[in-house]
Design a protein. Structure first.
Length: 402
């Protein structure tokens, strides 16, 4: 998708620099040429040799390297690219960019460019939240810089929160959206995605839940949006950051999820990736249920939750043109998924094995089978982000054909 595009990648000085090595590989796999500037800080985390080996080009490090200036001036370096990507963009690098400093090769190239710039910030959560960084971010956005991430999660410094650099896959998607905007085959279509678990209250403090992280559903919403679909994500309670460009409706219970899906209007595509609780407490207690002195235990009467996938698949007159469900099984994955496809009335099922030993539930990787009217496709193990991108591409192909 990036064939013939030239990217100038500036690698800043943060622990996330190791991910930029993978980013180089992925950009080149998409056909892009990648030339790299490694800042002095960046060189503390990854070596010029690794960067050169992966990029297949020399690495630019010093502003006053006369040899390179003779071969290629720093102005030429930034003008030669179709896009400048700063990953990781540290708090310091962002500050210097925002103030127009040009005291090293990276900032000089950034100041000299007339090409679009994408930054992938990565820093400690408190640095990200600091008013100075917020100001610099606003300035950079105002200057037309595109920002991807940071993601929320565990940080190298042991803290938790927003500050992790976006994953290489996400950065590649952002680069593609910037450089190949024609690659938006789902433009003009509306997509609905459900994601995450549901929480079903037992009383005001307790609830029934499951281990779904929402990673797969959120990635699908991001991937559909990246291909141009106007995407609504109806999400149960999750830690995942809302994907940019996607409109998010947060819900708690299965009943709320169904209501939010119905309220969101008509859709061409529906992907039900949520792990909706099958049952809810029939009558949640209005006050906290107390322990009893005689040691007896309370009875919990359950009621069946509405099946959102089945309801959307059956929606008379309102049925999305393509309805995709998920089947999480712990044995006979494909057999049960085939039955589920028929029972739910959906068009496709994405089936996966969620037995504890697979680490899929809550993990970053997934091995799936796609069941359509034409048969079963066994997909290679890949990250949930890649599964999402492959599924979105597959959906786009379906709409091109139909
Ligand atoms: O029946 P089961 O939960 O195994 O089916 C999984 C599929 O059905 C998933 O696509 C899930 O999002 C959807 N589902 C739903 N509403 C429910 C239960 C499941 O949309 N109440």
């Amino acid at each position: 998708m990036l064939s013939g595009k030239r990217i100038l990648l500036i690698i800043g000085g943060g622990i996330a620099a190791y991910k930029s090595l993978d980013l180089i590989r992925r950009l080149r796999a998409q056909g892009a040429g990648v030339r790299c500037i490694l800042t002095a800080g960046g060189a503390q985390f990854v070596t010029p040799l690794s960067v050169a080996s992966l990029s297949g080009d020399k690495v630019y490090t010093e502003l006053f390297d006369l040899m390179n200036e003779a071969e290629m001036g720093h102005i030429q370096l930034s003008r030669d690219a179709d896009l400048l990507v700063v990953a990781p963009a540290t708090a310091d690098l962002m500050a210097r960019m925002a103030h127009g400093l040009a005291d090293d090769l990276a900032t000089t190239a950034l100041l000299a460019t007339d090409k679009p710039v994408l930054i992938a910030p990565a820093m400690n959560v408190r640095m990200w939240g600091h008013p100075a960084t917020r100001r610099n971010l606003a300035t950079l956005r105002g200057d037309g810089v595109t920002v991807i991430g940071p993601n929320e999660g565990e940080m190298a410094c042991g803290e938790y929160g927003p500050g992790r650099m976006a994953e290489p896959d996400e950065i590649v998607s952002a680069v593609t959206a910037m450089l190949a905007p024609t690659a938006r085959p789902l433009s003009g279509l509306r997509a609905l995605v459900t994601s995450g678990p549901t929480h079903e209250p037992i009383d005001p403090v307790r609830y029934i839940a499951n281990r779904s992280s929402g990673k797969q559903g959120h990635a699908i919403a991001a991937a559909l949006s990246a291909l141009g679909a106007e995407t609504v994500l109806v999400s149960g309670p999750v830690q995942e950051a809302p994907p940019s460009g996607v409109s998010v409706r947060k819900v708690e219970t299965a009943c709320d999820m169904l209501a939010a899906c119905k309220d969101a209007g008509r859709f061409d595509i529906a992907v039900c990736a949520a792990a909706v609780a099958d049952w809810r407490a029939e009558t949640p207690a209005s006050g906290k249920i107390k322990k009893r002195n005689d040691g007896s235990t309370p009875m919990l009467a359950l009621a069946e939750n509405p099946d959102i996938l089945k309801t959307l698949s059956a929606a008379n007159g309102m049925r999305p043109r393509l309805v995709v469900g998920f089947a999480a099984e712990t044995s006979d994955v494909v057999k049960y998924a085939k039955e589920k496809r028929a029972r739910k009335g959906c068009d496709w099922i994405v089936a996966n094995d969620v037995s504890p030993e697979t680490g899929i539930m809550g993990g970053d990787f997934n091995t799936v089978h796609l069941l359509t009217a034409d048969g079963v496709e066994d997909w290679q193990p890949m990250s949930k982000i890649e599964v999402a991108r492959c599924l979105a591409r597959r959906i786009a192909e379906h709409f091109v054909k139909s």
